[in-house]
Design a protein. Structure first.
Length: 411
């Protein structure tokens, strides 16, 4: 891709028997890469991070706080993240932008003001540790710290999509258009909505609300697709395309390994644990095949994270909680939810392959078929914490409970 104002190289036609082009090259920096590098803040690129509070922060002139950008492997060009510290008794600079933005409050308390240019009415709402809220598209906003100590917020944005497509950051950051369908400045716009509906594409639990005051304690309905007594809800905020969910694994239980395309980032918000991820070319039992050195492991505690399917996707990944309160996750998927990620024409049949075992044509590995080393490692990790596994023994021998025995959680 030739960037604006970039001089193209001279063309050399290949000789007979040669192929045109270089054949091999290094991935070029995208417009978003150049944009975020120009901010003068550190950029964390890896499969994950144990705890974002330990990432280095640098002065961020544009925002008026300190920050660091996060671009986990596999999320490049899809969506981006950053951590920003709001100074004690201070505020970030007001801004607006053509990309979507979701905030999770890691530390601190404060308010956010939202308004539209030329319209006097401002909306303001309070937030504290565990709050999740969305900034309406291209609305002006300002984040204000209500305490004398710094506040720390984690942001997920669709900036790479917009910046890479438009390739004009001045337009992205200063477009005058007001998206009234996204933000009507009504008095109840930032009033929490607790009702749960069925998401229209897959029928999963969904909340239509622009703020959740505390996702550490909010109720999660039973889902059961990833593990026994697995709980989950999808917040749909500010009319955004950004897809996410809040999920929880019960104490002593872990997910089935499953695979899908890149983009999903798991953020540990409560409890602690670890995840394994490996390319599907290693097969379903990489330890048994002597390929354990190619499996990647990321440990985390609040607030740590992992790229579930890094690199170019189709990596199996599996999540293990090692805390007495279970493992609660905020999962960011970016702008392309499951209804669009796999492509296909409108009306074509699609299936929830990540929740269907491979033996039934899906992309999830049954506990019966998983590598035995996973169970041994997990039980040892629990024992180190003074805990025991909550997995039923029959799960490693058959996909369904024997007659007269129910699944954990009463499902």
């Amino acid at each position: 891709m030739v960037m604006p104002n970039e001089e193209p190289l001279d063309w050399r036609e290949p000789k007979v028997g040669e192929k045109a082009g270089f054949g091999k090259w290094k991935n070029p920096k995208s417009p978003y890469d150049l944009f975020i590098e120009a901010q003068g803040i550190p950029i964390h690129r890896d499969i994950g991070v144990h705890k974002i509070q330990n990432l280095p922060l640098a002065p961020w002139k544009r925002l008026g706080g300190r920050g660091t950008a996060i671009q986990l492997l596999g999320s490049e060009h899809l969506w981006g993240m950053y951590v920003v510290e709001v100074p004690g008794a201070g505020a970030l600079n007001p801004e607006r932008h053509l990309y979507e933005e979701i905030y999770y409050v890691v530390e601190g308390r404060g308010t956010t003001e939202v308004w539209q240019e030329g319209r006097p009415k401002k909306q303001a709402f309070e937030w504290g540790p565990g709050s999740l809220f969305a900034i309406p598209l291209n609305a002006r906003h300002r984040v204000v710290n209500a305490s004398s100590s710094p506040a720390l917020l984690l942001a997920a944005t669709t900036a790479p999509n917009i910046v890479n497509l438009v390739r004009d950051t001045e337009f992205v950051m200063n477009c005058p258009y007001d998206f009234l369908s996204r933000f009507d400045a009504s008095d109840d716009y930032f009033k929490p909505v607790e009702e749960i509906y069925a998401e229209p594409v897959r029928g999963l639990a969904m909340r239509r609300t622009n703020i959740i005051p505390d996702i550490l304690a909010c109720e999660l309905p039973r889902d059961n697709r990833r593990s026994f007594d697995y709980r989950r809800v999808e917040p749909h905020m500010a009319g955004a395309n950004f897809y996410m969910k809040i999920a929880q694994y019960a104490t002593g239980q872990y997910s089935k390994a499953h695979k899908h395309s890149s983009g999903a980032i798991l953020v540990c918000i409560k409890g602690k644990g670890y995840s394994y991820t490996w390319p599907d070319r290693l097969g379903m039992r990489p330890w048994e095949a002597g390929l354990a050195n190619q499996v990647k492991k990321q440990t985390y505690e609040p607030v740590g994270m992992i790229s579930a399917a890094p690199m170019r996707g189709d990596w199996f990944h599996q999540h293990f909680g090692t805390h007495s309160e279970g493992l609660r996750l905020l999962v960011f998927d970016g702008p392309y939810g499951p209804g669009f990620r796999h492509g296909g024409a409108p009306g074509e049949q699609a299936t929830d392959g990540g929740a269907i075992d491979t033996r039934e044509g899906g992309r999830a590995i049954s506990y019966v078929d998983e590598d035995p080393q996973l169970r041994k490692t997990y039980e040892a990790a629990l024992a180190a914490e003074g805990m025991k596994s909550g997995m039923p023994r029959w799960a490693y021998e058959r996909p369904t409970p024997p007659q007269g025995e129910s699944e954990p959680g009463g499902v």
